[in-house]
Design a binder for this molecule. Structure first.
Ligand SMILES: Cc1cc2nc3c(=O)[nH]c(=O)nc-3n(C[C@H](O)[C@H](O)[C@H](O)COP(=O)(O)OP(=O)(O)OC[C@H]3O[C@@H](n4cnc5c(N)ncnc54)[C@H](O)[C@@H]3O)c2cc1C
Length: 550
């Protein structure tokens, strides 16, 4: 069997997942892989930054006081959590590679209007502080929400109903649900829709900014609820989400995985960073080049391969592939629309509910109207990371044991990450990296002005003393609308391209693009590639036999 040379474009979660699955296929599909990543760092949407919280001592226990004068914390600006109850593949791979740096997060939420006219906290998993009955979601509202989500999740998963709900929007389902409900329950369902359901969908990274939540595909939104939030109808044993965060940031998981693969397959895997790949797909080969000043130093170029797997976004793939896509394939990729987004680490309370007792891990804005651009969400990092006062003490056997007092007792400065701030965050509230630690330039952020007049009375929670660069991330995500779902479905026909050498994986190709879905897609794709390879080998053998007979 001939060894294949395969290029993977994109060093995010999907690129590594495809590499992992391909490298295991030694019997049916022997290959060597080069991963091309445009950035210097791996991880794509897994973007972890160090933040400098200023001249504060680490609030450790008396006998382990840190000598550091600046308090340094981590902030994930993109991917930041995983549900260990449903991310089966990720859990398995993490165990295999010995990655244990994840911890349970405080899974709480606050739904609020900026002026404080409506504030609702969902405190099911509250670990720090006490729930205030004046603002907590009532049992009746919580149960209305869970029942609705469970009913919708069950319907979209039901084999007999699948066809019916395939083109249903969230709004259609809500209307149908109301029709079948008792009239006395309608006001509660309306409140659930306006204050919990629609704001939550609006705050998802794949929200449709044109149709708003009501116009989004029911099945796409519900799959997200099932995988990420653990909702499922199961009367016997309702699974609870086990939401965890990455102790050292999502990028630590990606880096650990990359290191594991490089160590395990030193002669079969290469990762080329800082390499923006251009691709030409021909019948006999795929050739890949990168601009001369980038990460191919020392390598002859362009490089040729037997196959290429694109794990970057659909629009990036269209830009990168210079030759060799059929019009049908272009039409599929063209269906996928993107929104550009910004993530900022900061200490500005103006993006949260005015009542600070209402701040929760996930803070979701209730806004007028249906179509919201762009989506917005704020994490209180101290709750999300749940590590404000973490330290380690050794037990009698010398094993380090993690201790924590809880964030609200630690005297720690609170800090936040906001995706697409709903109001401008003044420059001086933006957190910085530690001195000397570089991030991407903050050009886009300069568009936000320090506008105290617009934001009267909003408080600063702590000065920003870092001397490094503003902790800001830019990312984009595909909008999960019907066009995108259609593209995902139609893509199956085009896997392999015209010459069985051009393949696609990546977040946009499967569901909401959650981590687990990226791994699921990678697994499925490698099955397809293996089948193609087996059938190609069969054909070659057949023609060789025919030649011999002749
Ligand atoms: C804000 C946000 C939060 C999220 N949070 C979560 C979460 O908490 N949990 C979860 O499970 N999922 C989350 N997701 C979904 C997440 O995107 C996926 O889980 C996963 O990170 C997607 O990985 P990917 O490899 O498909 O894409 P990406 O991570 O985007 O990687 C694509 C890579 O391709 C590279 N690239 C592009 N063009 C080229 C080129 N020409 N040459 C070389 N390289 C190229 C890019 O630089 C990038 O590194 C979140 C997404 C967003 C946007």
């Amino acid at each position: 069997m001939k060894k294949q040379r395969i290029a993977i474009i994109g060093g995010g979660d999907s690129g590594l997942a495809v590499a992992y699955n391909l490298l295991q296929q030694t019997t049916k599909f022997d290959c060597e892989i080069d991963i091309y990543e445009a950035n210097e760092y791996l991880g794509g949407n897994a973007d972890t930054a160090l933040v400098d919280l200023g001249e504060r001592k680490e609030p450790l226990s008396a006998n382990t006081r840190s000598n550091e004068s600046h308090l340094i914390r981590k902030a994930d600006l993109g991917v930041d959590d995983l549900n260990m109850a449903t991310y089966e593949r990720i859990v398995r791979i993490m165990a295999e590679i010995g990655f244990t740096d994840y911890r349970p997060l405080e899974d709480t939420a606050c739904f609020f209007t900026l002026n404080g006219s409506k504030v609702l906290t969902a405190d099911g998993e509250l670990q720090h502080g006490t729930s205030d009955p004046n603002i907590a979601v009532s049992d009746e509202l919580a149960s209305t929400y869970s029942k609705f989500i469970a009913a919708a999740a069950t319907d979209i998963e039901d084999e007999e109903q699948k066809k019916k709900y395939k083109r249903y929007t969230v709004g259609q389902y809500v209307a149908q649900y109301m029709e079948h409900s008792n009239s006395k329950d309608i006001p509660m369902i309306e409140e659930m829709r306006d204050c919990l359901l629609y704001p939550r969908i609006n705050a998802m990274y794949f929200a449709d900014d044109v149709t708003g939540p009501a116009g989004m595909p029911l099945r796409a939104v519900m799959r997200y609820y099932i995988i990420q939030e653990g909702f499922k109808q199961d009367d016997q044993n309702p699974p609870k989400p086990k939401r965890n965060y990455f102790l050292n940031g999502a990028q630590a998981w990606i880096d650990t995985l990359a290191e594991y693969l490089l160590n395990k397959y030193p002669y079969r895997l290469k990762i080329i960073r800082n390499a923006q790949a251009s691709i030409r797909v021909e019948k006999s080969q795929v050739s890949i080049s990168v601009p001369p000043n980038q990460g191919m130093k020392g390598l002859p170029k362009p490089q040729s391969y037997d196959k290429v797997v694109m794990t970057c976004h659909a629009d990036d793939a269209m830009r990168a592939i210079k030759h060799g896509m059929s019009q049908g394939l272009i039409n599929v990729l063209d269906k996928v629309r993107y929104t550009n987004s910004i993530a900022v680490a900061h200490t500005f309370a103006g993006v949260l509910a005015p009542d600070r007792n209402a701040w929760r891990t996930y803070n979701v804005l209730i806004r007028e109207g249906q179509a919201i651009h762009p989506y917005s969400m704020t994490y209180v990092m101290n709750r999300h990371r749940n590590d404000a006062a973490v330290w380690y003490e050794t037990d009698a056997h010398g094993t380090p044991v993690m201790k924590t007092t809880g964030f609200n007792k630690a005297g720690m400065p609170q800090y936040f990450v906001t995706l697409n701030p709903c109001v401008p965050i003044p420059d001086e509230y933006v957190l910085k990296t530690p001195e000397g630690e570089t991030r991407k330039p903050a050009g886009y952020f300069k568009e936000f002005k320090n506008n105290e007049e617009m934001l009267p009375g909003w408080r600063q929670l702590g000065g920003v003393e870092g001397k490094g660069q503003p902790v800001i991330g830019w990312f984009k995500h595909n909008v999960l609308n019907f066009d995108c779902l259609d593209a995902q479905e139609q893509l199956a026909k085009f896997q392999g391209g015209d010459y069985m050498n051009l393949y696609f994986a990546g977040g946009w190709t499967h569901g909401a693009g959650l981590h687990e879905e990226c791994w699921d897609m990678a697994e499925k794709l490698v099955e397809v590639m293996t089948q193609h390879e087996t059938s190609l080998q069969g054909k070659n053998l057949h023609s060789e036999q025919q030649e011999t007979t002749c």
